[in-house]
Ligand binder design. Structure first.
Ligand code: F3S
Length: 392
């Protein structure tokens, strides 16, 4: 790789061990993927924050980097393994909480913003079209590439941290025009509305397009929440990290000649695939983390009602603060539902606590099944609330 003088200095160790180790990680990555240079990044999102996934070895690696390292670009975190303030009411074991706080404190020492969210684009991290970033979480990566037109590969925890410490990422993959070009056209012949249907549509498309980046036509309009859901489901059920959607993705591309059609039946089949025959004992909304608009909808549906089963509304701490200031939290919490910040069903230690989950997230079903062994019921946000308040 061709390094600038500054990058050579970083690699030589003159700027400290953490910078040197970071450059070594990034150079090795660049060489594996055939990058010929580095590109500066404006923001970094680090995943692998939950102690559940990191373990002691991950914590030691972070502590080592934090001994003499600091991030040099805007850097934030993906969800952690628990609500950092209200972990006790969620039934998180004390020893897990201790370790998780150690992880968070190391990130603090490194100068990372403790956002703990998979929707950084809802809390002030809005990269512009063409901007190079190094983000980690698959839905945020997909949203930033496909909806905002920013450029990022899906980084692993160590490579994202290395980018934060050096302000660089190897110039390969989705940073390059050629690798962002769609390879297959998808004609959507179904009217799709709602976060759940957009998640199911993404699954139906991903099943057909596999690792090819699609050019999707036929989706007339989509709300931010629908695109958030689509961006979470698409990389979960396909092998691609981004999509192009006509009228949404802000990049001009040629329409690929290879073509597939996705019908209403395909979307209904995807919905059937996400539904098991089961009795729900856990309702989870907020995968990806709820927007303020979703919090408003949930509050209006829960007003004056009581939930009959454990119900988590996961969101970012920033959105939670807004929900508190607008009186939404009071309404939601009066129902018995829990507003859970900083974490989510995929990274909290939930295995064995519940049997079956109701969610409006196609991605949530994947992780509910895969990480936690839950059966899943997939339904709209409104139906999830009905399920939460329904007496068994
Ligand atoms: Fe976010 Fe967790 Fe879902 S990271 S996209 S809420 S699985």
């Amino acid at each position: 790789m061709l390094l600038t003088n500054e990058e050579k200095g970083m690699l030589s160790g003159k700027q400290g061990k953490a910078v040197q180790k970071s450059m070594e990680i990034l150079t090795a990555l660049g060489e594996i993927f055939g990058a010929d240079k580095f590109v500066p990044v404006n923001s970094v999102q680090i995943a692998g924050v939950s102690y559940h996934n990191l373990g002691d070895a991950g914590l030691e690696f972070l502590e080592d980097m934090a001994r003499n390292g600091k991030v040099r670009v805007k850097t934030m975190l993906n969800p952690a393994g628990m609500d950092l303030e209200n972990w006790k009411v969620l039934g998180i074991p004390e020893d897990f909480a201790d370790k998780q706080m150690k992880v968070i404190n190391v990130f603090r020492k490194l100068g990372v913003n403790i956002t703990c969210t998979c929707t950084p684009y809802l809390v002030g991290y809005n990269p512009k079209k063409g901007e190079h970033i190094a983000w980690s979480e698959s839905s945020a990566v997909c949203f930033s590439n496909s909806v905002l037109g920013a450029r990022t590969n899906r980084e692993g925890g160590p490579s994202a941290l290395a980018s934060a410490i050096t302000g660089r990422t190897p110039f390969y993959g989705l940073h390059l025009d050629a690798n962002r070009a769609p390879k297959i056209t998808v004609d959507v012949q179904a009217k799709v509305m709602g976060e759940d249907w957009f998640g199911a549509l993404a699954l139906a498309i991903g099943k057909q397009t596999k690792e090819k980046i699609p050019f999707i036509r036929g989706v007339r309009k989509a709300s931010l929440e629908e695109l958030k859901s689509f961006s979470a489901s698409f990389p979960t059920y396909s092998g691609a990290a981004m999509f192009h959607m006509e009228g949404i993705t802000p990049e001009k591309v040629s329409v690929p000649s290879e073509k597939v059609v996705v019908t209403r039946k395909d979307v209904e089949d995807a919905i059937r695939f996400l539904n098991d025959d089961c009795q729900v004992d856990f309702v989870s909304l907020g995968c990806p983390h709820c927007s303020l608009q979703e919090m408003e909808r949930i509050a209006s549906l829960l007003k004056g009602k009581k939930v009959q089963k454990e119900t988590w509304i996961t969101t970012s701490r920033e959105v939670k603060k807004l929900a508190v200031s607008k009186g939404l939290s009071k309404i939601i919490e009066a129902s018995g539902a829990k507003i859970v910040a900083d974490t989510c069903l995929a990274v909290a230690p939930l295995k064995g606590r519940f049997k079956a989950i109701a969610t409006n997230s196609a991605k949530g079903c994947y992780y509910g099944r895969g990480s936690n062994g839950f059966k899943t019921r997939f339904m709209s946000l409104e139906e999830c609330i009905k399920e939460a308040v329904r007496r068994c």
